[in-house]
Design a binder for this molecule. Sequence first.
Ligand SMILES: [Zn+2]
Length: 227
Amino acid sequence: MIHIEPVMKNSSSETLYRFSAYFDGKWQVLQDYSKDNSYNWQPTWDTNYTVKVDVKNENSKSDAEDSKQINYEIQNNLNIIEPKLDFVTNGPLVYTNVPKSIVLHHIQARFATVYDIHRWHMDRTWAGIGYHYYIRYDGSIYRGRPENAKGAHCPPANYSSIGIACEGDFMVEKSMTSAQKKSLIALGKYIKNKYNIHEVYGHKDLYSTDCPGRYFPLQEMKNTILR
Ligand SMILES: [Zn+2]
């Protein structure tokens, strides 16, 4: 949470304040002109933000009489749940992953816990859940494999990507919940910034599969994460 409260030398009861932030390539108004001289802002994801406060007199016809910008770098705004997963029995994991891209998946199933997926993948004799992250319908984000562990989600990219899977079967389900979408964007942006990634793929871009499903908002997620 960012508390923005400018200190004005010549403020009066007629002073109006407008709070904006620059992200996703444009200025976005957080709180339009009002007499409220402070604003508490909860950014959606980790990135660099420029925050701007414009002030003017309530009778002024100009867009702003004064304007101040401040840069904020937001880190660890994500809540990642750390499940206890056994990667030893069928392991060990191989720590040779160097992430250069993000690969998006659906699990092609409805209502599965991270433990369900872990068990399904162990049943295939893998070390455990093949993805690095799993996002449920409610937006909760679970860690699967550590980021530096070779994945088991997309053979051409297992040594060079972060695999993120979403709960659901998007060959059947026609839309993603907004909470799931929001978390995928936040996580994707965090990974992108962390590894300076320029490529986001759907599993089907790299392998013969329907994954992440025809109704998965793949292009929208690629554009938003990379923007
Ligand atoms: Zn997949």
